[in-house]
Design a protein around this ligand. Structure first.
Ligand code: FES
Length: 205
């Protein structure tokens, strides 16, 4: 099977290679083998690029260059693993407030709910920021199918094994990520990842 990848360039769109695209209407979108996805937020043909990034003078840089270490919160049965670097603040974890707290006051208390409830909540996390260790095994692979799903007015959900690469480097940028969310609005401070800014800036597309 061909390897799916997304290639980043600093001033340009995301180039997807051999990767299925599912539109915001949940239908697969016909694409060529290689296609460009808008990440400046200005294309008139979203999710595809129409070249507007040049006029918009788009620069796709992440503002914080340091990659924080993974955080481990160990409980009696389950350990919650949190990757701050990937988090887009979607807030599904807040549905289990006893364990994860709220958006403004997050916490990680793995003994405050049954493990099954914590797992169900972690499985909803779209950014891949949350995973868990159960019976000594890190569980982080949730998607059977490799694809990019376009969220209406939101990010690209990259699911399955999609290598994210910078065109200036041969290294995979997120070597262990099973899923992650990429910014489409152009205003994330965590580019190329989504940081939830689209919720506040009125992005439509
Ligand atoms: S799509 Fe840009 S921050 Fe989420």
């Amino acid at each position: 099977m061909k390897k799916s990848e997304i290639i980043l360039t600093k001033y340009s769109p995301l180039m997807a290679v051999d990767t299925k695209l599912v539109g915001s209407d949940s239908k697969p979108t016909e694409t060529p083998r290689v296609y460009s996805l808008c990440r400046c937020g200005e294309s008139k043909f979203k999710p595809l690029c129409d070249g507007s990034h040049a006029q918009a003078e788009f620069v796709g840089e992440r503002e914080d260059s340091e990659k924080p270490a993974l955080e481990y919160y160990e409980g009696k049965e389950i350990t919650i693993v949190y990757d701050r670097y990937l988090c887009m603040g979607a807030g599904y974890c807040g549905e289990l407030e006893a364990v994860f707290g709220t958006h403004d006051t997050p916490k990680y208390e793995p003994d405050e709910a049954p493990a099954a409830e914590i797992i169900a909540t972690i499985n909803k996390c779209p950014s891949g920021a949350l995973s868990y260790i159960l019976n000594g095994k890190l569980e982080k692979d949730y998607f059977q199918e490799t694809r990019i799903v376009v969220e209406k007015d939101g990010p690209l959900h990259c699911q399955g094994v999609i290598e994210l690469k910078d065109d200036q480097s041969s290294e995979t940028l997120l070597p262990n990520a099973d899923h992650y969310t990429l910014c489409r609005c152009g205003e994330s401070k965590k580019k190329p990842l989504c940081d939830g800014s689209h919720e506040k800036n009125g992005f439509r597309g």
